[in-house]
Design a protein around this ligand. Structure first.
Ligand SMILES: Cc1cc2nc3c(=O)[nH]c(=O)nc-3n(C[C@H](O)[C@H](O)[C@H](O)COP(=O)(O)O)c2cc1C
Length: 387
């Protein structure tokens, strides 16, 4: 990991090397390469968004409404972008977002981003709908920081089982995703008639769960369709309310974050219900088309949370400037989603590692060139909202 600006300069000076040209650099290039390499349906599953894609676009555009306002003549010779969340020191203020069903992108599935994250010291949030069971992913990460994301099941015993398994396997926080108790209207997937779960992918945690298997008449090997539909039915938890959230809160000792909040009133309720962290997210525009961009929601949420618990943000984060803008507007850290999914498709673990390393380097450079030398130096005065 580069931890001072001179190391990053060396990386830039070396950019004439042949080896440096093998992997893409920008988000657009990774996306383009992934599109060339993947079949239309899995590419569309990552690229696609809900409805007309307006929220997906709004997420990205929102970052352009803010501009950085640098200070000059500051000592930026030592720049430190590390930060601490729930007692873990992160080398940079970002984590890998939960992205399910990774075997549609690369044969190593979630093992590849998990290992890339572990080697970089960046926390990995494993999706509930991973193709690889959570215990195997934990084993691949050894002692590195990992969180487990839960799509809260209807069945309380299954909920408890997932929580206990995650705790036993060394996951150090639970992320409860609350914006997806129904799957959004995704036209790309409808056009491609594609839902990868139907082939048993993304079922790693369900099919290895004793409680889940006890809910089936026949094993998943004998009746795949019934097993998949039972799992999807558990996730379509339209009765999920704060009472259900309280059940999760009561059944784990780990910090619990709630992912999918964009309304300040929900942020207040989350605090009242003992949440340890909020992830401002609209699922990358994949759920409610027409919803506001997450960056636009962030200042309102930051205002009501008043620093009591960490606020994280995702949806639209593509570059170092985006990371800094989100922090200036109240986030403690951000989650990276599609950028690493495309890199996984293009080059597996080394692709994800490249994206992580480049984002660390770009964030550090951006911070230094804006005249700041650490994350606590970032405040609202670093950004201006354009008209
Ligand atoms: C292909 C794909 C799969 C996803 N799977 C999950 C998931 O299993 N659980 C979850 O909470 N969020 C999931 N998300 C949402 C991400 O965690 C994150 O909120 C989103 O990718 C952020 O938007 P961005 O990638 O455009 O920045 C998924 C997103 C994509 C693109």
């Amino acid at each position: 990991m580069a931890n001072n600006s001179e190391d990053i300069q060396m990386k830039i000076y070396k950019c004439g090397d042949e080896a440096a040209k093998l992997l893409p650099v920008s988000f657009d290039e990774w996306e383009k390469r992934a599109k060339e390499l993947l079949a239309a349906a899995p590419f569309g599953y990552v690229y696609g968004a809900a409805g007309a894609g307006h929220t997906h676009q709004a997420n990205v555009d929102a970052f352009q409404k803010y501009r950085l306002r640098p200070r000059i003549c500051c000592d930026i010779s030592k720049c430190d972008i590390s930060t601490t969340i729930f007692g873990s020191k992160l080398p940079a203020p970002f984590l890998l977002a939960p992205i399910g069903v990774n075997t549609i992108l690369h044969h190593d599935g979630e093992i590849a981003p998990a290992k890339a994250a572990a080697k970089s010291g960046i926390p990995y949030i494993l999706s509930n709908v991973s193709s690889i069971p959570l215990e195997k992913v934990a084993e691949a990460m050894e002692d590195s920081v990992r969180w487990f994301q839960l799509y809260p099941p209807k069945n309380h015993d299954l909920t408890k089982s997932f929580l206990q398994r995650a705790e036993a396997a060394g996951y150090s926080a639970i992320v409860v995703t609350v914006d997806s108790t129904l799957l959004g209207w995704r036209e790309t997937d409808l056009r491609n008639a594609y839902l990868p779960f139907l082939t048993g992918q993304g079922m790693g945690n369900y099919f290895t769960d004793p409680i889940f298997c006890s809910m089936l008449d026949k094993s998943p090997e004998k009746d795949l369709k019934k097993a998949v539909l039972t799992a999807l039915e558990e996730g379509n938890n339209t009765c999920f309310t704060w009472k259900e959230f309280d059940f999760i809160r009561e059944h784990t000792k780990l910090p619990v974050l709630i992912k999918g909040i964009t309304h300040p009133d929900d942020a207040i309720l989350a605090l009242e219900h003992g949440v340890d962290g909020i992830i401002v997210s609209n699922h990358g525009g994949r759920q409610l088309d027409g919803a506001m961009a997450t960056l636009d929601s962030l200042p309102l949420i930051s205002e009501v949370i008043k620093g009591k618990i960490p606020i994280l943000l995702d949806s639209g984060v593509r570059r170092g400037a985006d990371v800094i803008k989100a922090i200036a507007l109240g986030a403690s850290a951000v989650l990276i989603g599609r950028p690493y999914a495309y890199a996984l498709a293009v080059a597996g673990e080394s692709g994800v590692k490249e994206v992580i390393n480049n984002l660390i380097a770009e964030t550090e450079l951006q911070l230094a060139i804006s005249g700041r030398s650490s994350i606590p130096d970032i405040d609202q005065s670093l950004v201006c909202k354009m008209r």
